[in-house]
Design a protein around this ligand. Structure first.
Ligand code: KMH
Ligand code: ZN
Length: 270
């Protein structure tokens, strides 16, 4: 089994400061949260950005500042979001790709998202694929339901996303695939030969899915984007959530990948 890559999903688009005081919002806070997550064992920082009111944004300038604050503190792999928040246009969501980040996420399908709909039409997916190619950005496919793997492979078979393929299974969003062991195995079995995968469980599913990811040879995403609690009724910091996964992995005999080791696993050339 390879070393374990831990992704810290530091910010997200839905959680607010009213939900938790630990949510990083400003570029400086995001930089500091990335450093603390790295020190706790994370190899990848998945980031969104927020405007001065804390609202989700896909502003290129805000991403540029957040990336700068992370890069001056740590060598962690920076993975920007092209998911943004529900209701944003595809053009709005694409903006951070123009900064040529080391990685960016791409959700390959439309899905119910709580009471909302997270839209990713075939036409939009093609436009995203062209932008990833134009700026030479490595994708992490965000898989909220099983059909999204086939949609990603449809784009790969068209000639997009050449090179190593990496998937993140986001499990337990109300309206999307439930976070069960059986569903995780089914998702893993759909992947093409040689692909790597991460699992992110939402809310109370975060810890059990992370543990499954460790023992099944996948990789793990935790962080306040997906879950704000350490345990029922007790809020967590991003670093605490990462540290717990690193500790469990070590107990289970799985070593933790540094950012450079994660770059090797993902065949990133930077
Ligand atoms: N905020 C969700 C609607 C991503 O970062 O790529 C989409 C999301 C996925 O968070
Ligand atoms: Zn995200």
């Amino acid at each position: 089994m390879s070393k374990l890559m831990i992704t810290a999903a530091l910010v997200g688009a839905e959680v607010t400061r009213d939900d938790t005081p630990y949510l990083p919002i400003t570029p400086e806070e995001i930089g500091q949260a990335a450093l603390e997550a790295r020190e706790a064992g994370a190899a990848i920082a998945h980031i969104h950005v927020r405007d001065e009111n804390g609202a989700p944004s896909q502003s290129k300038e805000l991403y540029r500042r957040a990336i700068e604050e992370i890069e001056k503190r740590t060598d962690i792999i920076i993975q920007v979001s092209t998911g943004g928040a529900v209701g944003m246009t595809a053009e709005e969501r694409m903006q951070p790709l123009t900064l040529r980040p080391e990685m960016a996420t791409l959700t390959t399908g439309t899905v119910n998202f709580g009471q909302d709909v997270f839209m990713n039409t075939p036409e939009q997916l093609l436009a995203f694929a062209e932008e990833f190619e134009r700026y030479g950005v490595r994708a992490e496919f965000e898989i909220f339901d099983v059909g999204m793997i086939a949609n990603a492979m449809h784009l790969v078979n068209k000639g997009f996303f050449t090179g190593h393929l990496h998937f993140d299974f986001v499990m337990g969003v109300p309206g999307a695939i439930p976070a069960t062991a059986e569903n995780l195995l089914h998702l893993v079995h759909q992947l093409p030969e040689g692909a790597t995968w991460t699992v992110a469980g939402i809310g109370r599913h975060q810890l059990p899915m992370a543990t499954l990811g460790i023992v099944l040879g996948g990789h793990v995403r935790v962080g306040l984007e997906d879950n704000i609690y350490y345990k029922k009724g007790e809020l967590a910091t991003n670093a605490q959530l990462v540290k717990r996964v690193a500790r469990i992995a070590k107990e289970l005999g799985r070593e933790i990948a540094s950012p450079d080791e994660a770059r090797q696993i993902l065949h990133l050339t930077k």
